[in-house]
Design a protein around this ligand. Structure first.
Ligand SMILES: *Cc1c(COP(=O)(O)O)cnc(C)c1O
Length: 435
């Protein structure tokens, strides 16, 4: 039976087990206190019979929805045939199939020449590998990252992350990174690429020559700020002029979230290094990848090591996802249509309340002006069975990260819920809707 709409459970179940035995570091579970049992397509089901429409998609890890039948079957077949589950970095059938699909369906059609480095399976590890490689190749220490950038939680990637609360957990100095203003940081009239160029060209600016410039084309956690194509092209040119490598962190914006497989497609520049993770496996299995220009592949064997480099189960589902979604233009056309719908609907909500929108493609949100207002909206949405989260320096942006495969009519009805929750939240003193 196909569900017709969300049917949330109103009663919060007993959470004492988690309070007693799970670390206080848990976060999403606090704003969504249900126990989830299964998920399919765009729906998550709790263990009390409730169902929720997922506009979070594991922070863009489930771009193809939950348990896509084609991906799931590929994995079931592979496991049933005793396919290699763990093989360190050995050559395996699953790895070969993935590399072939990456080459034939993604790299060659786009005229891209990258080598694939399989890092440990989380995004932050792909970023660590990227910045280590840039430092090794250039012999420089400094990395330029941007205000509101988010790149992960391990020390090297955390040093590149802007958010003070996240940085505060490091316990040691986070150094060798300069945080320069992202596109639009000082308002529409200040050209932050020109500021960066000036600082790098001035021998007395105090900014050391960088190994790399690390950038998200749309800042996923940092408030869905979307850089303009022109700004990105100029950052690329600045990197080249100053002997730095340009790293695009496509962990959240890639795999179709902004329309193309890579978020930089068609923008007129090619990064030296690209990091990918989140939706790469297509099914929520941990899998990360650092793509690098072949000339940069100066690693000694095992120099960036890891037990789980290349997750064979994820190779299988990632290959199935590349073949199913990326072998013709159909999926990209569907995503473009849904992105236009999302833009239209969010623009209307923003206009109704004098708010503004952020983002690009299927990675868009609405700036509620404060974290309290945004939290009131997401709490009200959850009460109505819509899973949605916030983003931004003060968690002020309600972000829509719906699965890219969502049915248009269902997408629209989820956006109806969002629109009415924004109306409610703005009519009430903040916080009341969250009670
Ligand atoms: C999520 C994310 C990361 C970190 O990935 P993890 O798998 O959580 O380590 C890095 N960069 C960006 C842009 C992300 O969105």
């Amino acid at each position: 039976m196909i569900p017709t709409g969300p049917r949330p459970t109103s009663r919060t179940p007993d959470t004492s087990l988690y309070e007693r035995r799970e670390s206080a570091v848990r976060s999403y579970a606090r704003s969504m206190p249900r126990q989830f049992a299964r998920a399919h397509n765009v729906w998550m089901h709790d263990n009390q019979g409730g169902r929720y429409l997922d506009f979070l998609s594991g922070c863009s890890t489930l771009n193809y929805g939950h348990n896509h039948p084609v991906l799931k079957q590929a994995l079931l077949d592979y496991v049933a045939a005793d396919g290699i589950a763990h093989g360190l970095d050995l050559h395996t059938d699953a790895k070969a199939a993935f590399l072939e699909a990456l080459e034939q369906l993604i790299l060659l059609p786009r005229g891209l020449d990258y080598r694939a480095m399989f890092t440990g399976p989380t995004g932050t590890n792909a970023v660590e590998a990227a910045i280590k490689l840039a430092r090794k190749v250039t012999g420089r220490e400094m990395v330029i990252a941007f205000t509101n950038g988010f790149h992960g939680m391990t020390l090297g990637a955390l040093a590149c992350t802007g958010n003070a609360a996240k940085r505060g957990g490091a316990g040691v100095p986070l150094s060798h990174v300069a945080h320069e203003p992202y596109d639009g940081y000082h308002g529409a009239d200040v050209d932050t690429a020109a500021l960066l160029e000036r600082r790098l060209a001035d021998p007395s600016s105090g900014l050391d020559a960088p190994a790399a410039i690390l950038v998200e084309t749309v800042q996923g956690e940092g408030g869905l700020n979307a850089a303009s194509p022109g700004w990105l092209r100029r950052i690329n040119a600045i990197a080249r002029r100053h002997g730095a490598l340009m790293i695009v962190d496509d962990i959240q914006a890639g795999c179709g979230r902004t329309g193309g497989f890579f978020s930089f497609e068609g923008l007129g520049f090619t990064p030296d290094i690209v990091t990918m993770a989140k939706s790469l496996s297509g099914m929520g299995l941990p899998f990360a990848l650092t793509l690098l220009r072949p000339e940069l592949d100066q690693w000694a064997p095992g120099e960036h090591n890891g037990t789980f480099r290349g997750n064979n189960h994820a190779f299988v589902t990632a290959t199935a996802a590349l073949r199913h979604f990326w072998s013709d233009g159909r999926f990209e056309r569907d995503v473009a249509r849904r992105a236009a719908l999302l833009e239209r609907r969010l623009d209307a909500m923003a206009a109704e309340h004098g708010l503004s929108t952020r983002g690009r493609g299927m990675m868009r949100g609405i700036d509620m002006g404060s974290g309290e207002a945004a939290a009131a909206v997401t709490a009200a949405c959850f009460e109505r069975g819509l899973i949605i989260e916030t983003s931004g320096a003060r968690d002020e942006v309600v972000k829509v990260l719906a699965p890219l495969i969502i049915d248009d009519a269902l997408f629209s009805s989820g956006l109806d819920i969002l629109a009415s929750c924004i109306r409610e939240a703005l009519a009430l003193p903040y916080g009341v809707a969250a009670e």
